[in-house]
Structures are given as C-alpha cells and as structure tokens.
Design a protein. Structure first.
Length: 271
C-alpha cells in the first residue's frame, strides 16, 4: 500500500504533524511519499491515494489549488474533493448557524463591498485564508477597518466578527476529530496576521464543547477522515465555532500520539 502526503513547495512554518504521521505510517507498513501540490514536476495523474496535509499556501492561489484538487480526484483523496471545495470558503459558518450550530457572529462582506466604522472591537479576515492570513483586529471607532475590509474585498469576500475576549484567558480551543471520534484538544493563543502560533495541551474537552463540535460535524461525519473544530467561548460561556477546518488543519499529533495511529488505521480501512 502506498500513499502520497500532499504538502507545499515552501512551507510557511514547520509542520509538527509530519514526523508523527510518517512514523505511524511506517508502523502500519504503509509506503508514503511527501509531494508538494504546487510542484510542476510532480506526477499527480498517477492513481495513488492522496492525503491532504500541509498545503498551507493554497489561499494564495485558490483557482490553481482547486484545479489540482480536480486533477487528483480520479484517485482516492482524503478529505474528499467535495468537502474541500466547500470548506475553503468560510461562508460555511453561515450555513452552520442556519442549522442551529452555535457559531461566532459573522457578517459576510461580498466582493466589492465595504463596512462602516466599527462600533465594537472586531476582527476582519478574508473568506479564503489559512492560518492568520490578513486577519486583523480593530478597535471601536477605528476607521482603518474600512480600508482593510476594502483591500480584502477587492479580490474576494471578507468576514467581519466581534473580537471574543475569552481568547485571552481561556483561549481558543481546537478539538481534533479523527475517524469518528474526538481524540484530543489543545489551547491556542490569539493569532492575527504576522503572529506565530502558541499551542498548549492536551486539554480536557468540556461536555458543551463536545456537543457543539459533534453538532457541526454530524451531517458529514461519514464522509471525512479528519477535522478540527476551533471553538471560542462567548460572554455567556457558550462555546461557538470559530472555524471548522476540513482541508489541511494541523492535528497536533505530538500532543496526543495515539491520534496519529488512529488516523492511519482509519485511512487503511478506507483504502
């Protein structure tokens, strides 16, 4: 059995999942090769199953990335292309909210649109983005928010969300879901454009956090191998989905090593 692990030619940061995943594949006797999705010399037409992992520059050239996803769709891909095509656009948050899943309040500003001077502290980020790409926070009354939003909507849609103060103490919680089960959670500190990621854990998963994550994943749980639910707590303590990562999320295998073996076992069953 052989698989390709999709990455990118130049990683914007270290992939801490790469070594634990490679070790788990080796333990299971699965031959594997790390290949950059944006390497023009790579033979992506070969019918080899592909695991999408650290393709972290896709937001810089989305059309090319989605064309690559279509190209590899002839072989097995995890997560599946239909899931990827939907999840790259963060307007899925509005669909989650429409289903009744608690989601951070989100305003979608379509291409060519703008906003007024904010009346509260807000975060503005692109609808398509990885890590903290062009995500910035603005204070109430800061007119610079208008220019930042306009710079984003020149090329695509923007998301405008209230700044959630709990990220500074309780933190943002990332719940990792692998092969039908929430395996572990980590705490992340606030990360905006240009920041480095600070991660601690593993952390306990509160019952209410588990319920929100499982509600978000319920309609697609039988279609995916992995997911990451990024949660924040509102002023009332209610956990809310900040992002539901289904394309190339870090899964923090180093914080819970059994998760890498579960990932590989689930992959083998699907193959």
């Amino acid at each position: 059995m052989k698989v390709r692990i999709a990455t990118c030619a130049v990683l914007p940061e270290v992939d801490s999942d790469a070594a634990p995943l490679a070790a788990a594949l080796d333990r299971a006797g699965v031959e594997h090769e790390l290949v950059a999705w944006d390497d023009p010399a790579a033979d992506w037409d070969a019918a080899i199953p592909t695991i999408i992992r650290s393709t972290w520059n896709y937001a810089l050239d989305l059309d090319r990335f989605l064309a690559w996803v279509d190209r590899i769709a002839g072989a097995t891909v995890w997560n599946p292309p239909a899931i990827i095509r939907t999840n790259v656009y963060k307007r899925y948050l509005l669909e989650l909210a429409a289903r009744g899943v608690p989601v951070i309040p989100t305003t979608l500003v379509e291409r060519g649109g703008t906003i007024a001077v904010p009346s509260e502290r807000i975060v503005i980020k692109p609808e398509v983005g990885a890590a903290s790409l062009n995500a910035r926070v603005f204070a109430a009354g800061d007119a610079a928010a208008i220019a930042h939003c306009t710079s984003i909507t020149t090329h695509g849609a923007a998301l405008v969300q209230p700044y959630i103060a709990s990220v500074e103490d309780y933190g943002e919680r990332s719940l990792i879901w692998i092969d039908g089960e929430l395996t572990h959670a980590i705490r992340k500190s606030p990360r905006l454009s240009g920041d480095t990621e600070s991660v601690t854990g593993p952390m306990p998963i509160a019952d209410e956090e588990r319920a929100v994550a499982l509600a978000a994943l319920a309609p697609i749980a039988d279609q995916i191998l992995y997911a990451r639910c990024d949660l924040v707590h509102g002023a009332n303590g209610q956990p809310m989905i900040m992002e539901l990562e289904l394309v190339e999320p870090s899964l923090f295998f180093g914080k819970h090593p059994p998760a890498a073996d579960r990932f590989v076992a689930g992959l083998i069953r699907r193959l």
